[in-house]
Design a protein around this ligand. Structure first.
Ligand SMILES: Cc1cc2nc3c(=O)[nH]c(=O)nc-3n(C[C@H](O)[C@H](O)[C@H](O)COP(=O)(O)OP(=O)(O)OC[C@H]3O[C@@H](n4cnc5c(N)ncnc54)[C@H](O)[C@@H]3O)c2cc1C
Length: 380
């Protein structure tokens, strides 16, 4: 009997879970796959809004890895401490070593809060789970003044998320009857909220105008002065704030940087199949620099192509169709409505997106998006 294919997947987020699920479904009996994550549970990026605005508890949005029962797969909770892409060997904090025929890096993006002076002392961030949980405690004591949703550097995860945060903040303040005592501004490096889709951007700009949310394009927040409570933009402008909601600079996890696999901060991969320059090593999702936005739907799309490529190599079949870099993102517009943008980064000469108007129906679609993945990945 042929030896089983030893696959080690680092990171059980959007990308790692999708790739693991496909490999198990397609070649489970010939598979010896180890999925490693430092956490005991998964959560969707968008569930941080639920936590931060008190709509759900942390316990309600976490899905535990102990539920994973798949053919050819074992889940290990441990922190990856070294990655050798040449020998495809990985070490973890507990002292274990894993050797792979195929190594998949799906470790996502970390945050470099210290890269923005004053952010840790004078601001808040809602991009980490801990940051969202902290804001859940901070928000009820905020009653008046200037709110800034500020991007500190590009690239950042889920480009619609800052716009969603501002619109949901408007609803939150309205509900508490204190919106009239507050201003809301968004500082964003792009010229439009969603550059590949002018229609989606227009809908968001209309929603901002209706709610008197100020949109400041083509800027980032370089620093915070906690004593004067001002955010400093890179052109020297200063914006006073009473509540700063930051999107911190993103970076690869340190273990990825230490592996020597990065160029200009991220892991370069083939746009067609997500292979790195190291034979048998793939990098999918936020950790790579393939050219799509850092979002779960793109990590999932990349996982599908990488899984097909792994199977094709194993079975000596044909290489799969190249990665198209497309995906559907749901956008919370506030008032309980959800819109949708369908973006495609690689099929045409330039990225383009189509917009589906915000509606109550899309709320159900978004719920199904989440629940169908939980059922597929975790069997619950
Ligand atoms: C506020 C917010 C809203 C968002 N909304 C959306 C949305 O609506 N739609 C969408 O598509 N995307 C959204 N995103 C983005 C989405 O969450 C990420 O882009 C997506 O999760 C990336 O998938 P990934 O597999 O690359 O990495 P991740 O899902 O981040 O997974 C990486 C995994 O690696 C693990 N890990 C990291 N380092 C180590 C280590 N050293 N050892 C072991 N394990 C490690 C982590 O614990 C994690 O589980 C949102 C993000 C935010 C912050």
């Amino acid at each position: 009997m042929a030896a089983k294919l030893r696959v080690v997947v680092l990171g059980a987020g959007f990308g790692g879970l999708e790739l693991t699920t496909i490999l198990s479904e397609k070649i489970g009996t010939q598979l010896d796959l180890t999925l490693i994550d430092k956490s005991d549970s998964f959560f969707f990026g968008f569930s941080k809004f639920d936590v931060m605005f008190g709509r759900k508890t942390a316990g309600q949005v976490r899905v535990y890895y102990k539920h994973i029962v798949k053919s050819g797969v074992r889940f290990i909770q441990d922190t990856v401490t070294t990655i050798d892409p040449v020998s495809k060997k990985v070490e973890t904090q507990s002292g274990a070593t894993y050797e792979a025929d195929i190594l998949v890096i799906a470790l996502g993006a970390d945050y470099d809060v210290a890269a923005t002076p004053g952010l840790a002392e004078g601001g808040n961030e809602f991009y980490s789970f801990a940051g969202a949980e902290k804001l859940r405690e901070v928000l009820p004591s905020f009653s008046k003044g200037n709110v800034i949703v500020g991007v500190c550097a590009a690239p950042f995860k889920c480009p619609p998320a800052p716009s969603e945060a501002a619109l949901l903040m408007h609803d939150y303040l309205e509900k508490r009857g204190i919106r009239k005592n507050c201003t809301i501004s968004i500082v964003m490096p792009f010229g439009l909220p969603i550059p590949p889709s002018p229609d989606t951007s227009l809908a968001l700009m209309d929603a901002f105008a209706e709610r008197e949310i100020r949109f400041i394009p083509k800027h980032v927040v370089k620093a915070i002065d906690p004593s004067r409570k001002v955010a400093m933009l890179e052109d020297g402008e200063e914006m006073p704030f009473d509540l700063f909601l930051g999107i911190p600079k993103h970076r690869v996890p340190k273990v990825v940087e230490d592996s020597g696999m990065t160029e200009k901060g991220w892991i370069p991969v083939s746009k067609d199949n997500l292979k790195t320059k190291y034979p048998g090593v793939y990098a999918i999702g936020d950790v790579n620099s393939v050219g799509t936005p850092k979002a779960g739907v793109f990590a999932e799309g990349a996982a599908k192509v990488a899984a097909a490529s792994i199977i094709a190599d194993y079975e000596r079949g044909e290489e799969p169709e190249a990665y198209k870099g497309n995906g559907i993102c749901y956008i919370e517009f506030g008032d309980g409505r959800v819109g949708q943008v369908n973006v495609d980064f690689f099929s045409g000469p330039s990225p383009f997106g189509t917009y589906t108007k915000a509606s109550d129906e899309l709320v159900a679609d978004k719920e199904h998006f989440g629940s169908s993945r939980v059922s597929r990945w975790f069997g619950i």
